[in-house]
Design a protein around this ligand. Structure first.
Ligand code: SIN
Length: 502
């Protein structure tokens, strides 16, 4: 039986960007061998959006074979040729940004204005890496051995498996694809089961940009996600896996990838500390904390998770912060004036509820929110502020990935740095202060991959993105991102110390 998409389905300027029932392998739109599909639903309404092929490991092997067949030719493209392809893809993403943003809001739920912001962010990775592609330099190294000459060249690592998350359905795909293609790699992208349609629209734009067949392959799955992930992590042809997602899945993929010693990039979970010192500009700190905590309704891995406020300004900060949160407008991301959309699914709602319940049981006080919003839909939850947080509460040790801001009081710089560093993960950390010496001390002491000082927003194509500790390893974006997709080859030749011939 054909199911109709709901009346809330957005009207695309170019309806052919909405690909249902097919995914993209070897330059063609294909189905799963079994013919099986899975349903994708709108997180705001629960309504049916469309179906995608339920790929298996075997189907994924075809995509890997296509990428392997395309590699020998693609790797020989000059930097300029790869740059032009990426630039063309960038232009098409920009031209179609309204449609891509509609797809993001539809399947992810984030407000349309945020989705437009994400498309610009996504496109910027193609632009950035189109500029890096012609600038992949090796070295000339003065050798120790007399008569030897040593040079290095950088070569693409080969076929890559790119496993992407649902919270940025466009930007996390392009942040991996841009450097992979600039380096000369060919790829299989495993799209997230919750948000495959934005990625498939990107595949259609890749096709129109003239990306050669087999260079980019997009596979879809929901139920078989573990099997498809395992295929990418274990297949001997795949030389590298780049994964953005939870620390638990990162550990599993690393284990699976170890027998074939794949190169890995792991952009895993965070539990970002956000510290406000007594000497901070409180209004600026409130604005920064709002931006960091509630971006995408708290569903980014760099969102503030533990907000530490020094005792001298705790009450003032809490009151101003709570006022701002009361002003949020929660609803369907397509509606005018909506600041925050739904969570992605009921499991996300349950985690939010559990964290709030745990904090309340241990003495925390909910000063804003704390309830589901069933009138809006099953996945909506009130943005919530809790005061009186302590280190015994679940939020202190675990990423909520939802719209819950817990405010922890603290007394000293040493105490708060110890608290911040007590997490086993270390992706992002933020603090607000106007004391230059403190700024230097704390920035250097925080055990994270990225620090925001007097800002709650640190994401930028030009900045290296990645973590330390159990937030993983590898850097995306920036001048470093392309290195993740390149091997350095050392070439030594000897006998170069003979005298000039006369
Ligand atoms: C993420 O949540 O993984 C990415 C967030 C960002 O790039 O800002």
């Amino acid at each position: 039986m054909t199911r109709l998409a709901s009346s809330r389905a957005p009207k695309l300027n170019d309806p052919s960007l909405f690909k249902t029932d097919v995914c993209y392998v070897n330059g063609e739109w294909v189905k799963a061998a079994s013919g099986k599909t899975f349903e994708v639903n709108d997180p705001a309404t629960g309504d049916f959006i469309g179906t995608c092929p339920e790929f298996t490991g075997k189907d994924t092997e075809n995509a890997i074979a296509a990428a392997a067949a395309a590699f020998p030719s693609f790797r020989t493209k000059t930097g300029r040729e790869k740059a032009r392809l990426l630039r063309k893809w960038y232009d098409l993403v920009v031209e179609n940004s309204d449609d891509l943003a509609k797809l993001i809001t539809w399947e992810n739920g984030k407000p349309f204005a945020d989705a437009k912001g994400e498309v610009a962010y996504a496109a910027s990775f193609f632009e950035w890496f189109s500029e890096e592609a012609p600038r992949i330099y090796g070295d000339s190294i003065p050798a120790t051995v007399p008569g030897n000459r040593v040079v290095t060249i950088k070569q693409p690592v080969g076929v890559c498996g790119l496993i992407t998350p649902w919270n940025f359905p466009a930007a996390m795909v392009t942040r991996k694809l841009g450097p992979a293609l600039a380096a000369g790699c060919t790829v299989v992208v495993k799209t997230p089961g919750e948000t495959p349609f934005t990625a498939l629209a990107l595949a259609e734009l890749a096709h129109r940009a003239g990306i050669p067949k087999g260079v980019v392959n997009f596979v879809t799955t929901l139920k078989n996600t573990p099997e498809v992930g395992e295929t990418l992590a274990t297949h001997p042809t795949v030389r590298k896996v780049s994964f953005t997602g939870s620390t638990a899945v990162g550990r599993l993929l690393m284990k699976q990838a170890s027998p074939t010693l794949k190169i890995l990039s792991m952009e895993l979970g965070g539990n970002a500390p956000f510290i406000v010192f007594d000497d901070a500009d409180v209004d600026a700190a409130v604005a920064g904390a709002i931006a960091s905590k509630f971006r995408s309704s708290g569903q980014t891995c760099v969102c503030a998770n533990r907000i530490y406020v020094q005792k001298g300004i705790y009450d003032e900060f809490a009151q101003k912060f709570a006022e701002k949160v009361k002003g949020f407008k929660v609803g369907n991301g397509f509606d005018e004036g909506i600041t925050h959309g739904p969570l992605i699914h009921d499991r996300a709602v349950s985690k939010v509820e559990a964290h709030i319940k745990d904090a309340e049981k241990k003495g925390g006080k909910v000063v804003v929110g704390g309830q589901k919003l069933p009138d809006l839909g099953a996945n909506f939850y009130q943005p919530t502020v809790i005061t009186g947080m302590t280190k015994e509460m679940a939020i202190a040790g675990e990423e909520t990935f939802g719209p819950v801001a817990g405010l922890f009081p603290f007394a000293t710089e040493q105490e708060v740095v110890d608290l911040a560093n007590s997490a086993e993960v270390g992706l992002a950390g933020y603090f607000f202060s106007r004391d230059l010496e403190r700024i230097t001390r704390v920035a250097e002491a925080l055990e994270v991959g990225m620090v925001g000082i007097n800002t709650g927003l640190i994401s930028d194509t030009a900045s290296p993105f990645g973590g330390v500790k159990q937030s993983g390893f590898g850097r995306e974006g920036s001048k470093y991102g392309i290195d993740e997709y390149l091997n350095i080859k050392t070439i030594t030749w000897g006998g170069m110390n003979k005298p000039l011939q006369s």
